[in-house]
Unconditional design. Structure first.
Length: 141
């Protein structure tokens, strides 16, 4: 299957190829930097192999050196409208993170909340997800 997405203004479009939407991995990251980058309670990522994603249009890159993981994270966004589009760090190997907001047509549910300790108290958890205080795989809450 193929799903197309775009930033808010449409200058950047992204195409994702996948076979089964239920096998796509998704997380909700509430770390301070993801919250600032998204302008909300965090970023919802879909993690996919790089080779399945193609981008048209110009992305601007901000190298985030202050991530709690300690690894530089490349945050790629549309320079015209500011919409976050994707993110990448060396930890991801040959995968990258697509920002869920650009892929609204894909029915993929997050499997985990990360950095939940930073999420606002009023924020509900997605049913059936695991919640980590910090990074994925660490202490749960
Ligand atoms: Zn745009
Ligand atoms: Zn984060």
């Amino acid at each position: 299957m193929e799903s197309k997405a775009s930033c808010n203004c449409g200058a950047v479009t992204l195409t994702l190829k996948y076979t089964d939407a239920t096998k796509l991995r998704s997380i909700l990251c509430h770390c301070v930097n993801c919250a600032k980058s998204s302008g909300s309670v965090g970023s919802n990522y879909i993690i996919v192999p790089r080779t399945t994603v193609s981008v048209e249009g110009d992305l601007t890159t901000y190298v985030d050196l202050k991530c709690e993981s300690g690894l530089p994270l490349q945050r790629k966004f549309c320079g015209a409208c500011g919409s976050p589009v994707m993110a990448y760090s060396a930890k991801l190997g040959d995968a990258l993170c697509i920002i869920r907001a650009t892929m609204v047509s894909i029915p993929v549910k997050p499997a985990a909340h990360t950095y939940l300790r930073n999420a606002p108290e009023w924020m509900p958890r997605v049913e059936g997800t695991s919640g980590f205080k910090g990074a994925f795989g660490g202490e749960t809450m």
